[in-house]
Design a protein around this ligand. Structure first.
Ligand code: GRG
Length: 316
């Protein structure tokens, strides 16, 4: 058998890696990331969908866990006994949509929870404690769109708040006046795409700012003067795709950078070559490769970060 190399995608290794994650209950890391368990399931399942191996996780077990993570107020916690938050609520809904299992939870309560977090100025709190961030606008808007219930919020005000997070460089920050950051750009452009307000984006300027994120080694950073990281292959590329500027990136050098972060012993992708892999960098590495048209991968939807075939079925 030919030795493994990280110039090509090691599909089987990554499937085995994701499969192994739930059996590592003796590792400190497993428990240190307990609060991210619902996010982790979404990341793992999305990665497996792109690898066409969704059956690797036990569907019934996942649905049972999500049911137990839903609170009386409708929101989902990150794991059993954890407080509800919009971030986990979106992840739970995404997983249930992928599985076609929304009827196994109380959808009306989710809608009530999400809409109850909108503020007078159109922004969203992440939970009952009141932090405001354009990430939470994305979570709320994506979640309600997936549930077909955008009608319960003030969509115009929601888009207006996101628009206020736009900066002089064309990028977006977490709140009005905050520095542009590629992950916030994804959230804001995604929210504007779902609310059909992409006309508010300065696509030329933002396209320039996003393409400036590519460094000489092919990798992308999240803002000027920062190191490259595989996760930005998602945050940057999805944004470029939404504004029709994906071709402003040097694809070959980025593909080589992403593939170079595969761990050939354990499977999975790391932030940079030689570092420890994790499921977060694994899903976003695969999503980046998918947007770049890497052969053998299923297509990802750049707005919802979910398998395109699932979204095509849901929205059409
Ligand atoms: C459906 C994909 C999807 C997302 C849901 C929760 C959410 C919406 C998005 C999270 C967006 C976000 C702000 C992610 C954080 C990305 C990140 C790597 C932040 C690290 O920032 P720094 O300053 O790192 O620590 P840099 O790279 O700037 O040094």
């Amino acid at each position: 058998m030919a030795p493994l190399d990280n110039k090509t995608l090691q599909t089987k290794l990554h499937i085995d890696y994701i499969k192994s994650l739930d059996t590592r209950k003796d590792d400190l890391e497993y428990w240190m990331t307990e609060h991210l368990r619902v996010n982790g399931i979404y990341w793992g399942l999305t990665a497996l969908s792109l690898l066409d191996s969704i059956e690797t996780l036990d569907r019934e077990e996942v649905i049972k866990l999500l049911q137990q993570c839903q609170h009386e107020n409708g929101g989902f916690g990150g794991y059993l006994g954890h407080d509800p938050h919009l971030i986990y609520t979106l992840s739970a809904v995404q997983v249930l949509v992928i599985y076609g299992a929304l009827d196994s939870v109380n959808v009306d309560k989710i809608v009530e929870y999400v809409s109850g977090l909108q503020n007078e100025d159109g922004s969203f709190c992440g939970d009952q404690w009141g932090e405001i961030d354009s990430r939470f606008s994305y979570c709320a808007i994506s979640c309600l769109s997936l549930l077909g219930r955008l009608d319960v919020i003030d969509v115009e005000k929601a888009a207006d708040f996101v628009n206020q997070c736009k900066n002089f460089d064309g990028g977006y920050g977490s709140v009005p006046g905050a520095e542009s950051h590629a992950a916030q750009v994804f959230c804001c452009v995604g929210a504007l795409s779902i609310t059909k307000r992409l006309d508010l984006v300065d696509s030329e300027l933002l396209g320039w700012w996003l393409s400036e994120r590519q460094l000489k080694n092919g990798g992308l950073n999240g803002r000027p003067q920062k190191l490259e990281d595989v996760c930005y292959s998602w945050w940057v590329l999805s944004s470029m795709s939404m504004i029709g500027r994906l071709h402003w990136i040097d694809k070959d050098s980025l593909i080589a950078f992403i593939l170079g972060t595969q761990d050939l012993e354990t499977g999975g992708f790391a932030d940079r070559s030689g570092n420890m892999p994790d499921v977060y960098h694994t899903v976003f590495g695969l999503c980046g490769l998918s947007l770049l048209g890497y052969p053998g991968l299923q297509e990802v939807d750049p707005v919802y970060c979910m398998p395109k075939r699932v979204m095509d079925k849901l929205l059409n």
